[in-house]
Design a protein around this ligand. Structure first.
Ligand code: ADP
Length: 261
C-alpha cells in the first residue's frame, strides 16, 4: 500500500496513534487528554479523528461547524483555549447526528483526505484517534501515514479478552512501536468514604503489559468529572495526574527514536 502524500502546507514532526481492542474503553478520551497534556507543555498539537464511524473528538473539545477550505485544501478547526487543531468527519458533514453509513474504501479515503487535503500547518505532534480493533482503517493508517508510535488503551474487562492482544500484535506486525498501555476505568474512588472499588474486576493492565513486553503507562480511574468535561466540550479544562505521565512517555519515545536515527 502506498504512503499518502502529506499536504504541502503541513509539517508534522511526530505522528502518534491511539488504539484499542474494542470500543467504549476510553480511546478517544485518552487521545484528547494526550493532546491536552502535550499542548500544556507548549507543543503545537493536532488531533486527527480517524474513528470515522464514531467520531467523538469535536464534541469533547467543543468545536462545531464546518471546516474552512481554500484552493490548497481544508483547514483544521482550532480549540479555543489551547489552539489544538482538529479534523473529524463530523466537521465535514452537514449534520452531526447522522450516522456515517459509508463502506470501507470510502472510509479509508476520508482518512487519506485528512492527511493529504488538510493544511495542518506546523505541528509538533499529531495524535490520531484510530477506530477500535484491527480492521481496515487502523491498518491503512499504519501503512500509509508515518505513525511513530502507538498508545494502547484497555479496560480491566477486555485485557483478558483476545482483542487487546490482537491490537498489540497488529502493531508489532506493522513494525510500529508501542509507547505504552493505559488501563482505563481501573477503579473508582467512593466520593463518600474514599474506598477504592473495582467495578470491572481487579486492575490487570500492568501484568498484561509486562507479559506482552510493552511499557505500562498507568491506571486511569473512572472519574465522573472526565465524562462531564467531555460532554460539556471542556476536556481542555480537565486535570488528572495520568496526563503528565502520558505526555512524558510520548516525549521520551520520540526523543529516543530521534537518537536511534
Ligand atoms: P472509545 O473512544 O474507546 O469508544 P470514549 O473515550 O469515547 O471511548 O469513552 C466512552 C465513554 O466513557 C465516554 O462517554 C467517556 O466520557 C466515558 N469515559 C471514558 N473514560 C472514562 C473515565 N475514566 N471516567 C469516566 N468516564 C469515562
Amino acid at each position: 500500500m502506498e504512503e499518502y502524500e502529506q499536504n504541502a502546507l503541513s509539517s508534522t514532526r511526530h505522528v502518534i496513534g491511539v488504539m484499542s481492542g474494542k470500543g467504549g474503553v476510553g480511546k478517544s478520551s485518552v487521545t484528547a487528554l494526550t493532546a491536552v497534556a502535550l499542548a500544556r507543555m507548549g507543543y503545537k498539537v493536532g488531533v486527527m479523528d480517524a474513528d470515522i464511524t464514531g467520531p467523538s473528538i469535536p464534541k469533547m473539545f467543543g468545536v462545531h461547524g464546518k471546516l474552512d477550505s481554500a484552493e490548497t485544501g481544508l483547514f483544521p478547526a482550532q480549540t479555543e483555549r489551547l489552539g489544538i487543531r482538529i479534523v473529524s468527519l463530523n466537521l465535514l458533514l452537514d449534520r452531526e447526528d447522522r450516522p456515517v453509513v459509508w463502506r470501507g474504501p470510502l472510509l479509508a479515503g476520508a482518512v487519506k483526505q485528512f492527511w493529504t487535503d488538510v493544511s495542518w500547518g506546523d505541528l509538533d505532534f499529531m495524535i490520531i484517534d484510530l477506530p477500535p480493533g484491527t480492521g481496515d482503517i487502523p491498518l491503512s493508517v499504519m501503512q500509509s501515514i508515518p505513525v511513530e508510535g502507538l498508545i494502547t488503551v484497555s479496560s480491566p474487562q477486555d485485557v483478558a479478552a483476545l482483542v487487546v492482544r490482537k491490537a498489540v500484535n497488529m502493531a508489532e506486525m506493522m513494525d510500529k512501536p508501542i509507547i505504552g498501555l493505559i488501563e482505563n476505568m481501573s477503579y473508582i474512588k467512593c466520593p463518600g468514604c474514599g474506598e477504592t472499588m473495582y467495578p470491572f474486576g481487579k486492575p490487570a493492565g500492568a501484568g498484561f503489559a509486562s507479559e506482552m513486553g510493552i511499557p505500562f503507562i498507568g491506571e486511569m480511574p473512572i472519574d465522573p468529572a472526565l465524562s462531564e468535561a467531555a460532554d460539556r466540550g471542556e476536556i481542555e479544562m480537565y486535570e488528572s495526574p495520568i496526563m503528565q505521565g502520558i505526555a512524558e512517555a510520548v516525549v521520551r519515545h520520540v526523543q529516543a527514536s530521534a537518537q536511534e536515527e
